[in-house]
Every structure is written in structure tokens, then in C-alpha cells.
Design a protein around this ligand. Structure first.
Ligand code: MLT
Length: 268
């Protein structure tokens, strides 16, 4: 099984950056970053199983965030990438943590956006499992309910008021997810382990970490992201104004500038 992916840009000279998408979107969310970085850097994006154009099954029947991280390693093997800048947003960040546990040597530098190291609270976990049950029973109809519940929480007020086209684009991207893939991901989210213990390891990576958060993110708040940055030695924190949980789409210029800065801090 192979994940759907994009591997673009020059093979020599620049950095290799792998962008890991959020739930329940797909690699299409990285379009502004592919456009910005793909001319001078090798850029890889991918769809998690059951999202975008990827098939449902994980290689070797692996489950959870560890399964996603293993499928990422398999793709990196296939593309002959030893290590890369890993940029994960929200669920993509959870997979980046799992990758640090599974294969830290593949992480050249870490960029963690709108994510958290901790596991879910019992209430959040319960909510996810109920949603998975609903989608398991109601398929696309259940998925629509999830989308309409999530959409207003994902974006800043500024984005919702000033960029209805982006709101619609994100809704459509979510609709490309398969209900079974979303169910699997909800279980993976609910069952993911606490990665707080990894902050020491990440701080010890000589290349340093960059933490990015939308100033108006209500899902993974700036306060939480500051705590994460404080726990990682040498990490730098960038707050993107007028953005919610998806700053790479909502304020792509500021977000891209933060990535350029991360590349300057830890070049190839
Ligand atoms: C995401 O954007 O990937 C999700 O909001 C993650 C989560 O619900 O914890």
C-alpha cells in the first residue's frame, strides 16, 4: 500500500521539508507552503490513510499515531529521504511526536504547529469515541455533523468574516475524507499516548524546534503552546496574529515567514 503523496522541488541544494496535515483535512491544506517552498526546497506532503486520495489500510495493519508514523517512515524510505525538516500541524504534530519516538534520526528539525504533547482528557476522549460511533453508523451524514461542529472552531473570527472562500475550501477538503478513515483517526486521536516525556529528547536535538500557533487558536491555545515551547530547550515560539487553528492557510505569508526563519536556524 502506498500513501498518496507529493514530492516536488529540487533534490540538491535546499532542505527537505515534510508537511504533515491536520484532522480531518488532507495534504491540500499545504498548498500555500508547496507554492512558497517548492521552488528552492524539496517538499513532501502526504495524505494519511483514509484522507484525501490515500487508501484506507495502514501498512502491516498498524494502528494509531504509531501506525501513521510508520507509514511516514515507509514513504521516506520509498523516496530515499534519510532525514528532513518535519512540520506537523495539530494531528500532524501528534504524528511528528510519534515519529520522534519511533525514528528520531529521521527528524532533522521539528516544526510543531497548533498541536500539543499531552494526551486527551477523559471527556475529550469520550467525545471522540462517541463521534467515531456516530460516523461508523451514519457514514457521510455523521461526517457532515463533525465538519459543521469543527469548522467554526478551526478558524479565527477574522478569517470567518473576511475569507468565506477559504471557509468553503476547508469544508470541501474535509468532505474528501472517507468516513472510515475519519473513524480510524478519531480512535488514534483518543488513544494517543502522552508525549510530554519527549520534550527533553526534542530539546537535545541539536537542530532545535520551532513552535507556531495562531493567536486566536481555540483548540490548541497560545498559552498551551507557550508551555510546550518552555519545556523544549532552545525552542522558539512564533505567534501568528489574526489566525486560528490553521495559520498556514489563514495567514499564509506570516506562517511562511516563520518557516523560513526555522530553515535559517537549522539549515541543511
Ligand atoms: C487537528 O486539527 O488535527 C485536530 O484538531 C486535532 C485534535 O482534535 O486534537
Amino acid at each position: 500500500m502506498s500513501l498518496a503523496f507529493l514530492d516536488t522541488g529540487p533534490r540538491d541544494g535546499g532542505n527537505t521539508i515534510v508537511f504533515l496535515h491536520a484532522f480531518p483535512l488532507n495534504q491540500g491544506m499545504w498548498q500555500p507552503q508547496v507554492a512558497e517552498f517548492g521552488a528552492t526546497n524539496r517538499v513532501i506532503t502526504l495524505d494519511w490513510p483514509g484522507f484525501g486520495a490515500s487508501p484506507l489500510a495502514l501498512p502491516g495493519n498498524q494502528k494509531g499515531m504509531e501506525g501513521y508514523a510508520a507509514s511516514l517512515c515507509e514513504l521516506l524510505d520509498q523516496r530515499q529521504v534519510d532525514s528532513a525538516h518535519i512540520c506537523g500541524l495539530s494531528m500532524g504534530g501528534y504524528v511528528a511526536f510519534a515519529l520522534c519516538r519511533l525514528a528520531p534520526e529521521r527528524v532533522r528539525a521539528l516544526i510543531l504547529c497548533d498541536t500539543r504533547a499531552g494526551a486527551d482528557s477523559p471527556e475529550v476522549r469520550q467525545g471522540r469515541l462517541e463521534m467515531a460511533k456516530l460516523i461508523g453508523e451514519d457514514g457521510q451524514h455523521g461526517l457532515e455533523q463533525l465538519i459543521e461542529a469543527m469548522l467554526p472552531r478551526l478558524l479565527s473570527e477574522t478569517t470567518r468574516a473576511s475569507n468565506p472562500g477559504l471557509v468553503e475550501e476547508i469544508r470541501e477538503m474535509m468532505r474528501q475524507s472517507r468516513p472510515e478513515g475519519v473513524c480510524h483517526a478519531l480512535h488514534a486521536l483518543a488513544e494517543r499516548c502522552d508525549s510530554s516525556d519527549l520534550t527533553e529528547l526534542i530539546g537535545a536535538m541539536s537542530t532545535g524546534a520551532t513552535i507556531i500557533v495562531g493567536a486566536d487558536d481555540r483548540i490548541t491555545t497560545p498559552a498551551e503552546m507557550r508551555q510546550l515551547a518552555d519545556r523544549i530547550r532552545g525552542a522558539s515560539l512564533v505567534t501568528i496574529e489574526k489566525a486560528g487553528h490553521l495559520p498556514n492557510l489563514e495567514q499564509s505569508n506570516s506562517f511562511n515567514e516563520a518557516i523560513w526563519e526555522a530553515l535559517r536556524r537549522s539549515p541543511q
